[in-house]
Ligand binder design. Structure first.
Ligand SMILES: [Cu+2]
Length: 338
């Protein structure tokens, strides 16, 4: 009996709900001003489905390559002048100095003041998004680097952020920071959000370092550099296969948002399409996994406006992520502004 009562109550509730809903619909439909849009499904909270597809290299980049003549066949190589492999750095500012050589064919990093573009070096602290370094005559300052062990990865890039992939282009060092970070200055992301507070550092070192920094700031021209987010090195073996995520990153606006390039650096690993054993697996917004089997950039079209997560992984024949610290599986958030 109890069950019967409950069931009849539920039925009554449903009937009532239906009646109320019907009432609403009726009310809407009787409105003489209602237009045809009444019958269109109401907007949902989820954004429009995104259907990405691979397209060929955009014509505007092909044009730039033509204009650059043989520069794109250059084989630029880099060498770390600072920091040295295994170095210990006291204080939170790490100066990056690089020596560029190799078969340059006119390749020279430099930002054109008129366009804000030009050849540059991608500088990657730990596994943070890269920073662009344009004028190699001055060191690039990584500021507010947190205490502990770090890795730095660098490689030359073109104005449209496609990396050079020749031998010797990519370099990596591991170094240690003592007394790093500044507790009074929280590290920030590109968007300016507070990531973390470095609070457990030696006061003496930090204070003297801060004083030195402010002196430098007032007596010399501003240097290229960046207040970096708090991070430490992953336990990476430089002899093992390593995928370095490069693009996409940050915000993409207008015509730059379609198509968007995926580009990466590969060390100690050959992809299946290049005669090797590995594949690069990517997915966007947790969607279907796809594969890149040749080491070259791809361009994806069909992005919807808003934030997107791009995941890039180096996998072996069985589809397992190749173990090497945690750099072989990287997810970045980008924003597309239409
Ligand atoms: Cu770039």
């Amino acid at each position: 009996m109890k069950y019967m009562k409950r069931i009849s109550l539920s039925v009554a509730t449903l009937a009532l709900t239906a009646l109320v809903l019907a009432g609403c619909t009726t009310a809407d439909n009787t409105n003489q001003n209602t237009t045809a849009t009444t019958n269109v499904a109401p907007p949902t909270a989820t954004p429009a489905a995104q259907n990405l597809s691979v397209v060929e290299r955009p014509q505007k980049i092909k044009d730039q390559m033509t204009a650059r003549a043989e520069q794109d066949q250059a084989k630029p190589t880099l060498r770390f002048v600072e920091p040295r492999e295994g170095a210990t750095i006291t204080g939170s500012t790490v100066n990056v100095k690089l020596a560029l050589s190799g078969d340059l064919k006119g390749y020279q990093p430099h930002k054109d003041p008129a366009t804000g573009k030009g050849n540059h070096i991608h500088v990657i602290l730990d596994n943070q998004p890269y920073e662009a370094y344009y004028e190699l005559g001055q060191p690039f300052e990584l500021r507010n680097v947190s205490e502990g062990k770090h890795t730095l990865r660098v490689f030359p890039s073109r104005p449209w952020h496609e990396s050079y992939k020749n031998d010797g282009a990519f370099q990596m060092v591991t170094f240690t920071v003592k007394g790093g970070g500044d507790a009074s200055k929280p590290t920030t992301t590109n968007g300016g959000q507070v990531m973390a507070n470095n609070s457990n550092n030696g006061n003496t070192t930090r204070n003297s370092n801060t004083a030195a920094n402010s002196n430098a700031a007032t007596t010399t021209a501003p240097r290229e550099g960046k207040d970096v987010a708090a991070s430490t090195a992953s336990d990476v073996d430089t002899k093992k296969p390593l995928l370095t995520y490069s693009r996409p990153k940050g915000e993409y606006k207008g015509e730059d948002s379609d198509p968007i390039m995926i580009d990466f650096w590969l060390t100690n690993a050959k992809l299946q399409g290049d005669g090797g054993d590995y594949r690069v697996r990517y997915s966007v917004d947790g969607g279907e996994a796809k594969f890149i089997d040749k080491w070259e950039p791809i361009w994806l079209t069909g992005w919807t406006a808003g934030p997107h997560r791009v995941k890039l992984e180096l996998v072996d024949k069985s589809g397992a992520v190749v173990a090497n610290g945690d750099y072989n599986s990287t997810t970045r958030e980008i924003t597309v502004v239409k």
